[in-house]
Design a protein around this ligand. Structure first.
Ligand code: HEC
Ligand code: HEC
Length: 324
């Protein structure tokens, strides 16, 4: 399947979602269920060798291939039921927010969270242990090799794309409001714009009756979602994603709405990751919206979680040597 076919297919799917939303969530499920059956047929072809194609499947069908109730105990890696593609849209091939098309250019690079140089493989394991609430894949496993080679192949794909297809089709970038996020206002946004797909309890909607097949609409909080060490657990990171991408197919929230609904989602319970106090050994590198301490400043934890963030940003900017 070419990248254009994938796009066309998903564009059709999004249109179906929007149309069905006006009718009701039951229809949404039915429409997408059909789409998924075709996918299921397609994936019985091919075996688990460390190819780019296997890598793509691992990113798209993560819960089925690496879930905590996989029949083979050696394949049980993630405790969430998210797919990598729940956040990296169109299996990372959608340009713009959280695209994986340019990942290859970004590595190796220094990670403040790990205080070390990191490669694509290390970054995959950060999403494995945080966004997917799982354990790291061994570096020499077929799954790691396949995922990394898929991501590297996207780099070449990106270079071959024309300027029009590289262009991110999304609203203006999120601008942070200079106030504390309002969780109550966020709940209203959630009820009106998100609950129809993600569920009133944030638990999402499973793709089929078998939970091992993962979600049609992923969980935003609760035991099947990302843990509290994940990037999406930070209010500004979540705001940027939500402003750019949600509601899926119709991303029209204001900055204020995206900010408040991101805070609402992240005020809800989710799995806890052990050892978070060891993140960012150099605490001055910690993102200002990191909801867990310790910090290299005296701002309260609540302010790091919900804002206002501008005073924190101003404080760290004032520590930087003036540009000469
Ligand atoms: C809950 C949302 C979520 C899920 C699920 C998720 N990620 Fe991520 N991923 C993120 C966020 C947020 C970032 C950080 C983006 C940034 O630093 O600006 C990220 C970054 C990355 C990067 C670095 C991209 C770059 O160009 O530097 C890679 C590679 C990556 N993820 C791979 C994966 C893989 C593989 C999976 C599945 C095993 C996965 N992610 C699942 C949210 C997610
Ligand atoms: C039409 C259905 C639909 C609506 C409405 C919708 N989403 Fe989503 N959302 C999705 C789907 C589907 C995905 C996974 C991406 C994919 O499969 O392409 C997703 C992914 C996400 C993710 C990342 C994955 C995760 O589980 O954390 C977040 C965060 C999110 N949505 C937040 C929101 C918020 C906030 C709203 C309301 C403003 C919203 N969504 C409205 C369908 C929807």
């Amino acid at each position: 399947m070419t990248i254009h076919q994938v796009r066309a297919e998903r564009r059709g799917l999004s249109a179906a979602i929007i149309v069905s939303c006006a009718v009701g969530a039951g229809v949404v499920g039915a429409t997408l269920y059909q789409g998924r059956d075709q996918v299921t047929e397609a994936r019985t072809v091919g075996s688990a060798v460390a190819t780019e194609e296997y890598g793509r499947r691992l990113l798209r069908e993560t819960p089925e291939l690496l879930g905590h109730d996989h029949p083979d105990p050696d394949r049980r890696f993630i405790r969430s039921r998210l797919a990598c593609a729940s956040c990296h849209l169109k299996v990372g091939t959608e340009p713009g927010t959280l695209t994986l098309l340019q990942t290859d250019e970004h590595y190796p690079r220094f990670s403040g969270r790990a205080a070390a140089m990191t490669d694509i493989e290390d970054r995959i394991n950060e999403c494995m242990t945080r966004s997917m609430n799982g354990k790291p894949l061994p570096m020499d496993s077929p799954e790691m090799i396949a995922m990394a080679s898929y991501l590297r192949s996207l780099g070449a794909q990106y270079e071959a794309m024309g300027a029009t297809s590289k262009h991110a089709d999304e609203p203006a970038a999120f601008q942070m409001p200079d106030r504390r996020a309002d969780v109550t206002a966020g709940e209203t946004v959630y009820t009106e714009r998100c609950a129809i797909c993600h569920g009133t309890d944030g638990g999402g909607l499973l793709a089929t009756a078998d939970p091992r097949q993962g979600f049609l609409f992923p969980a935003l909080w609760g035991p099947d979602s990302f843990n509290d060490g994940a990037g999406m657990g930070r209010v500004l990171t979540a705001s940027r994603f939500i402003k750019a991408r949600m509601p899926l197919g119709q991303p029209d929230l204001t900055d204020e709405q995206a900010f408040d609904v991101a805070a609402f989602i992240n005020s809800k319970p989710r799995p806890a990751m052990a050892g978070l106090e060891h993140d960012y050994p150099d605490l001055t590198r910690k993102p200002i919206d990191n909801g867990y301490g310790p910090y290299a400043d005296d701002f309260p934890q609540d302010q790091h979680k919900y804002g206002p963030f501008k005073p924190i940003a101003d404080y760290y900017n004032s520590l930087k040597p003036p540009a000469s």
